[in-house]
Ligand binder design. Structure first.
Ligand code: C2E
Ligand code: MG
Ligand code: MG
Length: 558
């Protein structure tokens, strides 16, 4: 479209293309200000099309124009200022004028190109399955939120959401159905957030949520709870009724991080913390979660292969009966003989195994190996009265956990009463009904259940009564300072009374000195475990220890 505008911005010339491009008759528009055609949001730019420096060459602007049939099209305006005298042959175009000052321009319809660019940029910034912003856009928005919050001294929340057990849906029902499920979940999540919040698909079954306007952590927690509730209703997808839940980690700016990386990492760490405690819930970031481990990635990769390569071994630490001085049982403790790093202790890899889910097959191996070892000791005439195995929350969360344990016992013909499983307090706190049912099943089958590291978690007496427990293990942190710290000594006394009151057997962990042993014995603690008697040893060494009765010999004279 070729046109001319006078100083006031009215059309003084239009060519015939006007009709094709805008649908207007050109004569109809002559004398009309161009601003009449321009989209409201672009009006500010009109001035730049009319009043151009005389010396300027071309000026380029893309503006939106209304067409006769009420559409909006994008035009690329190329404008040149002109000054014309009547003598140069334009009198037919400018009748009656002797002199003309204005602009001459060409406007090209670039709607198709703009639309294509918009699509490309949409695709670059959105996840095409769910139509949610993608990771790139989320990161941009977070950077903006940081700048804004910094300027205005405000806080905001960043959440990391990970669907629980989503892999199961993909694996059992196939990816097309998994995709439909993800879409449906995204819609439900979106309905929980306000305008101005950014919900993004971060990748796979991970979502991130930016809440730029919150007053405090309570606001973020509220949204997290809203999400949890929203996902409770099952999804109906192609005739399947599907359930899902989500684990949410929350980081707050500026408390939990000052930049994008810190906030995302910390929200992610908090998310893992909730996963560990049995999933489906939310967790605010706490600095205690940080457990810097430079080899983390290496370990995670190696873990996947370690089971196949048979790099794990089980060591056993004796438990000793305080009254008789005899070994009363063993606790199985896993070790990893890493090909490069040497022997690794559980602190160095159990966390990572839990986060990657590897703890499930590893835990299965531990149970089977312990049962196998017990059976072969038994076959050689070595009676071990109790063998205790540590269980991760993730293992209990497996639907077939209880059945699996019972099955392994049966396949080795080991009576259930010789097996004890150690769980931690945290495991009993949420999503309990499911765990209770499995623990009850195991307990009814004759397996003993012990609470490990007692006193370090959420000690609530009411749940101790709810569970089919047999044993409490006092965490070694309390034993450590028995002699020096009154508070800990009182705590030990209190735990001893709790155990007596609930008729639970009490095992003190980490007993290293005779003085500690005497103190515990005087209070009526039943069993002890610790370096005073033995550290964890290999299965072969167990045999030697028992045959030589080394353990109890150490107790002679106590
Ligand atoms: P835990 O179940 O509380 O095990 C006791 C830990 O205390 C063991 O560390 C043991 O070696 C250590 N210990 C025992 N006596 C003493 C002592 O007198 N002094 C001191 N300072 N420490 C003592 P370990 O073997 O490094 O295990 C650490 C934790 O790893 C265990 O704590 C348990 O929670 C976890 N774990 C170990 N094996 C397994 C397993 O097979 N599966 C799972 N899920 N977790 C395991
Ligand atoms: Mg233990
Ligand atoms: Mg313990």
């Amino acid at each position: 479209m070729i046109y001319m505008l006078d100083e006031s911005g009215c059309f003084t010339y239009l060519n015939d293309r006007t009709r094709v491009l805008l649908g207007y008759d050109k004569n109809h528009l002559l004398g009309t200000p161009i601003s009449k055609l321009v989209h409201d949001e672009d009006l500010e730019q009109v001035d730049q099309l009319i009043h151009i420096e005389k010396s300027a060459s071309f000026v380029n602007r893309v503006l939106r124009l209304h067409t006769a049939d009420n559409q909006i099209r994008h035009f690329d305006f190329e404008v040149l200022p002109i000054q014309l005298g009547v003598t140069n042959g334009l009198t037919s175009i400018l009748p009656g004028k002797t002199n003309f000052e204005g602009v001459f321009g060409v406007a090209r319809d670039v709607t198709a190109r703009i639309k294509a660019e918009e699509t490309i940029s949409y695709q670059a910034y959105h996840d095409l399955l769910t139509n949610l912003p993608n990771r790139g856009l989320f990161e941009d928005r977070t950077d903006m939120a940081i700048a804004q919050a910094k300027r205005n001294d405000q806080m905001f929340a960043l959440m990391f959401l990970d669907l629980d057990r989503f892999k199961l849906i993909n694996d059992t029902l196939g990816h097309p159905l998994g995709d439909l499920m993800l879409k449906a979940i995204a819609q439900r999540l979106q309905a929980c957030v306000r305008e101005g919040d950014t919900l993004a698909r971060f990748g796979g079954d991970e979502f991130t949520l930016l809440l730029p306007l919150i007053r405090g952590e309570a606001d973020a927690v509220l949204i997290a709870e809203k999400i949890k509730t929203a996902l409770k209703t099952p999804f109906q997808i192609e005739g399947h009724e599907l359930f899902t839940s989500v684990s949410i980690g929350i980081a707050l700016y500026p408390r939990d991080g000052h930049n994008l990386r810190e906030l995302i990492t910390h929200a992610d760490t908090a998310m893992y913390a909730i996963k560990q405690r049995g999933k489906n819930g939310h967790q605010l970031y706490q600095s205690e979660f940080d457990n810097p481990c430079p080899d983390r990635i290496v370990i995670e990769n190696d873990l996947r292969r370690a089971l196949d390569r048979e790099e794990f071994t089980l060591h056993y630490q004796p438990q000793v009966d305080v009254m008789t001085g005899k070994m009363s049982g063993l606790e199985a403790l896993v070790r990893w003989d890493h090909p490069e790093q040497g022997q690794l202790l559980p602190v160095e890899f159990i966390d990572i195994a839990e986060q990657s889910g590897m703890v499930v097959p590893l835990g299965k191996w531990v149970i089977e190996k312990a049962i196998q070892d017990w059976t072969s000791w038994e076959a050689r005439g070595l009676r071990i009265d109790r063998i205790a195995v540590n269980i991760s929350p993730l293992q209990i969360a497996q639907p077939s956990f209880a059945d699996d344990v019972i099955e392994v016992l049966a396949s080795y013909a080991m009576p259930a009463t010789f097996l004890e499983i150690e769980i931690t307090e945290g495991m009993l706190m949420d999503d309990t009904s499911d765990a209770i049912a499995k623990l009850r099943q195991l307990s009814e089958h004759g397996i003993n259940i012990a609470i490990d590291d007692f006193g370090t978690g959420y000690s609530s007496l009411s749940y101790l009564k709810k569970f089919p427990l047999r044993t409490l293990k006092i965490d070694r942190a309390f034993i450590e300072d028995i002699e020096s710290k009154d508070v800990d000594a009182y705590l030990v006394n209190a735990i001893v009374s709790i155990a007596k009151g609930l008729e639970l057997e009490l095992v003190a962990e980490g007993v290293e000195t005779w003085a500690q042993l005497e103190y515990l014995k005087a209070r009526g603690c039943d069993k002890v475990q610790g370096f005073l008697f033995s550290k964890a040893v290999t299965a072969n060494e167990v045999e030697r220890l028992v045959r030589a009765d080394n353990v109890s010999n150490r107790l002679v004279g106590v």
